[in-house]
Design a protein around this ligand. Structure first.
Ligand SMILES: Nc1ncnc2c1ncn2[C@@H]1O[C@H](COP(=O)(O)OP(=O)(O)OP(=O)(O)O)[C@@H](O)[C@H]1O
Ligand SMILES: [Mg+2]
Length: 275
């Protein structure tokens, strides 16, 4: 586990928000912090992602996706395949449909046509409960607008995916510290800057070690150094759990941390050569 993510021992666990609220904060020397790493334009390669056709089920398959709002067709005939362990960046001009695509994958919106399979399971064939459980257990989502719950503290916001999945909540503290917000656990979202809110949203998306991380402009509000630290954290988390990720970004620096860069245009997703 990366140093920044080491937290308190697994024995210090609790299963509900109430228990978690009552539990003592870890002492300073056991709390992980996001340490500034020297700027480094390159990242170590992730373990080789599986390749299609090797008898391995893709983590995600989009087949012929179409979405329109009113008369406006946003996505059409969109095909996309993400193999286990892959970390992909999607770029594209504003309004082209990047957030729409992530929302469809996350099941927050429904396609007008086409198929979406997560781990080989067709979301359209799943009932509401199955789809909710699948989202809750397997997906982590960093929303472009963060969507933190205003009446919950930062710690409660980050602990939410753990509580909903019946998991020990201790990792919430560790993740908050990992994104550089140790000591802010009991603040409410209204007290935070845009970049700090973004980091809380990232901690919440990663805390339950999702199989698929969907991150919509995860570093859009961060300075370059903090953005680099956060991307390094994302990669470390993904590598540690063998998960995969799609990040949507306008930043070439952020995209260059991915294994594969795709550009969404009106006529579909196109592979971009990495510089
Ligand atoms: N719920 C909605 N109702 C109507 N139109 C929508 C809705 N959601 C998105 N759109 C439209 O779909 C298009 C694509 O929006 P989307 O948010 O996916 O773009 P984007 O590529 O994420 O842009 P940005 O880079 O600015 O975030 C836009 O023209 C937007 O106005
Ligand atoms: Mg968007």
């Amino acid at each position: 586990m990366p140093r920044a993510l080491r937290g308190r021992p697994a024995s210090q666990t609790c299963n509900t928000l109430a228990q978690f609220n009552a539990s003592p904060a870890p002492s300073q020397n056991t709390t992980a912090t996001m340490e500034r790493s020297p700027p480094s334009p390159t990242f170590p390669p992730l373990p080789r992602a599986a390749t299609p056709g090797a008898g391995i089920t893709p983590a995600l398959q989009c087949k012929g996706l179409r979405k329109q709002y009113g008369q406006r067709v946003v996505l059409e005939h969109l095909d996309f395949c993400l193999m286990p362990g892959e970390y992909v960046a999607i770029m594209g001009e504003s309004g082209v449909g990047k957030s729409t695509l992530l929302n469809l994958i996350a099941g927050l919106d429904t396609p007008d046509a086409g198929q979406l399979l997560v781990d080989g399971v067709d979301l359209a064939g799943a009932d509401d409960l199955q789809a909710t459980l699948l989202r809750r257990q397997k997906l982590g989502f960093v929303f472009q607008a963060f969507h933190l719950l205003p009446h919950l503290t930062l710690l409660q916001n980050v602990a939410l995916p753990l509580v909903l999945n019946g998991l020990p909540a201790a990792r919430a503290m560790t993740m908050l510290a990992a994104v550089g917000l140790a000591g802010r656990e009991h603040d409410f979202p209204r007290a935070l800057s845009g970049g700090e809110l973004q980091r809380v949203a990232i901690a919440r998306a990663l805390v339950h070690q999702p199989r698929l991380l969907l991150a919509d402009e995860p570093t859009g509000n961060l300075d370059p150094d903090t953005a680099q630290d956060i991307l390094a954290l994302l990669r470390a988390e993904i590598r540690a759990s063998g998960a995969c990720a799609i990040i949507v970004t306008h930043s070439r620096a952020a995209a260059s941390t991915a294994d594969r860069v795709l550009v969404l245009r009106r006529d579909g997703l196109h592979q971009e050569a990495l510089a």
